[in-house]
Design a protein around this ligand. Structure first.
Ligand code: SAM
Ligand code: SF4
Ligand code: SF4
Length: 334
C-alpha cells in the first residue's frame, strides 16, 4: 500500500498517554502545562484492548515496526501488559519504546521480560543544571544514567540515546554526550530541534544543524558515514574510525527526508496521523467504539494512507510550510 508519493506504510508509533513527568521546554513548557492543564480523561485515552486491536489491523496492512511513546510511556499504568500483548501478536514485529528514562531503573526488568527488546532514551545533557533547565523538573541526570545502566543489565542491546541540541543551551555538552555513549556502547543520535506543535517558540536560529554537530565531534574523533540499515531509516549513520561506537543524525530541518517517510502515528486519544506536523487526524476511537468491524477500520486507514501527500519538512525547507494549528509533540509521540 503506497501513498500518493509512493511511500509505503511500515511504521506505527503509538502514543500511550499525553501525560509526562517532565516539562521539556521544547515540548511541554511548564508555564503552559502546569497544575491547571487538563490532560485527557481516562475514557478519552485508548484502552490496551483498543491499542492491540488497532495494532493487529496495522500488521495486516503491512507494518513491521511499532514504537510505544507518549507523553511519557512509563507513566501509563501497567504498560508491561500492553507490551506482552503486542509482542505476542507477531514475532516479526520490531517493538520499541521511546522514554525519558526517569522511571527506567524501576521498570527495565519488567519491560524486558514482557518482550520489549529495543529502547530509545532521551537525554539532552549530562550537566545537571542544563538537564534540569531543559527537562523543566528538578530530577537528576544520575537518575537517568541509572535507568540506562539498569536497561543494559536487564538485557537491552544497542540502546539508543536521543539528544536534541539547542543553540546556546546544551551545545557545549555535545562531546560529553559522545564520550559517554561511546564508552558505554550506546548509539547516540542527534535530533535537530523542530517546530513541532505551536507552543515551543521555535526559531530556526536555535537549531544546531547536523553538519555543525559533526564538525564539533570531528575535532575530537575521526568518524565516517556508514550505510543505512534500511532505506527509510531517518538517521544518517556514522561510525568512529576506531570501530568502537555509532552515531546518528536526524536532520529533519537541514536535510528533510519526507520522500522516504513511512511513518504513521496514533495519538493517545486514538487519532491516526500521517505527519508529525499535521493539524488533524482520523478519529479511529470513534470507529473502535462503534459497530465498525476490523475490516471497516482497515479500509478507513488504507483510504487515508492512499491519499497522503504530507511533506511538511520539505516544504519548510523551501519556505512553503503552511500548517498552522499543529498537534503538539507530547500528544503525537514524536
Ligand atoms: N517522553 C518520551 C521521551 O521524551 O523520550 C517520549 C515522547 S517525546 C515527545 C519523543 C521524542 O521527541 C524525544 O526524544 C524528544 O526529545 C523529542 N522531541 C520533543 N520535542 C521536540 C522538538 N521540538 N524537536 C525535536 N525533538 C523533539
Ligand atoms: Fe515529556 Fe518527552 Fe515531551 Fe520531554 S519530550 S516533555 S519527556 S513527552
Ligand atoms: Fe514524514 Fe511529515 Fe516528517 Fe516529512 S515532515 S518526514 S512527511 S513526518
Amino acid at each position: 500500500m503506497q501513498d500518493k508519493l509512493g511511500r509505503k506504510l511500515t511504521d506505527l508509533r503509538i502514543s500511550v498517554t499525553d501525560r509526562c513527568n517532565f516539562r521539556c521546554r521544547y515540548c511541554m513548557p511548564e508555564e503552559l502545562y502546569g497544575e491547571a492543564y487538563e490532560f485527557l480523561k481516562r475514557d478519552q485515552v485508548l484502552s490496551f484492548e483498543e491499542i492491540v486491536r488497532l495494532t493487529k489491523i496495522f500488521i495486516k496492512l503491512g507494518i513491521n515496526k511499532v514504537r510505544l511513546t507518549g507523553g511519557e510511556p512509563l507513566v501509563r499504568k501497567n504498560i508491561e501488559e500492553l507490551i506482552s500483548s503486542i509482542s505476542r501478536l507477531d514475532k516479526n514485529i520490531d517493538l520499541a519504546m521511546t522514554t525519558n528514562g526517569y522511571l527506567l531503573d524501576k521498570f527495565a526488568n519488567i519491560l524486558f521480560s514482557s518482550g520489549l527488546r529495543r529502547l530509545t532514551i532521551s537525554l539532552d545533557s549530562l550537566d545537571n543544571d542544563i538537564f534540569q533547565k531543559m527537562s523543566g523538573k528538578k530530577f537528576s541526570v544520575e537518575d537517568i544514567l541509572k535507568g540506562i545502566s539498569s536497561a543494559k543489565e536487564a538485557g537491552f542491546k544497542n540502546i539508543k540515546i536521543n539528544s536534541v541540541i539547542k543553540k546556546g543551551v546544551n551545545d557545549k555538552g555535545i562531546i560529553d554526550l559522545v564520550d559517554y555513549c561511546k564508552q558505554e556502547g550506546h548509539i547516540l543520535r542527534f535530533i535537530e530541534y523542530m517546530d513541532v506543535g505551536t507552543l515551543n517558540s521555535w526559531n530556526r536560529k536555535s537549531v544546531v544543524d547536523s553538519k555543525e554537530i559533526t564538525e564539533i565531534i570531528s575535532e575530537k574523533y575521526s568518524i565516517h558515514p556508514i550505510k543505512k540499515n534500511y532505506s527509510s531509516e531517518v538517521a544518517d549513520r556514522y561510525q568512529f574510525d576506531d570501530g568502537e561506537g555509532e552515531l546518528g543524525f536526524i536532520s529533519s530541518v537541514s536535510n528533510p527526508f519526507c520522500m522516504s517517510c513511512t511513518r504513521s502515528r496514533i495519538t493517545a486519544d486514538g487519532k491516526f496521523v500521517t505527519c508529525l506536523f499535521s493539524n488533524k487526524g482520523l478519529d479511529l476511537k470513534r470507529y473502535l467504539r462503534s459497530k465498525a468491524t476490523d475490516e471497516d477500520i482497515l479500509n478507513l486507514i488504507s483510504d487515508n494512507w492512499l491519499v497522503r501527500d504530507d511533506q511538511y519538512s520539505l516544504d519548510r525547507s523551501l519556505g512553503k510550510d503552511k500548517v498552522k494549528d499543529k498537534i503538539e509533540m507530547f500528544q503525537l509521540g514524536g
